[in-house]
Design a protein around this ligand. Sequence first.
Ligand SMILES: Nc1ncnc2c1ncn2[C@@H]1O[C@H](COP(=O)(O)OP(=O)(O)O)[C@@H](O)[C@H]1O
Ligand SMILES: [Mg+2]
Length: 278
Amino acid sequence: MSDMTPEQWRGLRVYRLADRPRRLAIVNRKGGSGKTTTAVQLAAAFAAWGARVRITDGDPQLASATYWLTPQRPAGSPTLLEVFLGDATLRDATAPTGVPGVRIVPSLDTLARVEAERPPGSDTLLAAEYDADQDDVDVEILDAAPSMGLVTVAMLAAATDLVIVIKTSTLDYVGAAELGRPLKLIRRRLNPDLSTTAVVMVDTDGQTALSRSLAARLKQEYPDAIVQPIPHSVRAREAPGQHQPLIDYAPDNPVTMAYWRLAAALVPRLGFAWKVGP
Ligand SMILES: Nc1ncnc2c1ncn2[C@@H]1O[C@H](COP(=O)(O)OP(=O)(O)O)[C@@H](O)[C@H]1O
Ligand SMILES: [Mg+2]
């Protein structure tokens, strides 16, 4: 799968073997690390392969998943905030996007009210909401905030799999290390089965000695995880403003190719298999 063309990548198909949708939380302790970029590309790749994907936007900032994917629904429709406040179900808050096969639970900057009001039961709310609305979803993608607020904790409690994103150009390796303690508590108290399934090294020239040694170190730290480098490109920075995933906006870009490879490596890990034949 190393020298496939964009058309060949897009032409692949998957089907779900797992009896429930897996829930992939994209995390890092620091902002600006490539979480949303990773969330949107994984969603677009799985949707291109025929899976029904839902993204939940837990970090409505600058180029958020909500901004990127422009939910198609009337202004004033419920968002993730209303789900936390008990005024809407996750299903009510789910909207189509411009990308076929990808739906979103959007968030606005009003999501901060969750941290201010601390609605009781928030820790386990999302797990229950995903359980209650899983019939037409194959993969849930949870785009978390960089801080360990209530929304992030609820996402980690609901997730089956973690994707840890590390921006290697600024070497914010500390960010992932800081995750250690809260994650230990999440696993002990809320979600014992949460597995670290992938570590994404964003903004990495995979050829340098530094990135190779970082990759080796991560492999040692997370022996069961896929470790995937993603190179740097200004095209990645432009894509949110064009409201297109990279597979559409920059299909030939090395960043896009790296995300196809990451998504492909996740296929068996998320309970899917490749369809062969027509
Ligand atoms: N591979 C990349 N090359 C260059 N810029 C990138 C890359 N991935 C992400 N970026 C940019 O870095 C910034 C932070 O990425 P983003 O995905 O929004 O991170 P987060 O969601 O963790 O805050 C954005 O401006 C984004 O466009
Ligand atoms: Mg983000």
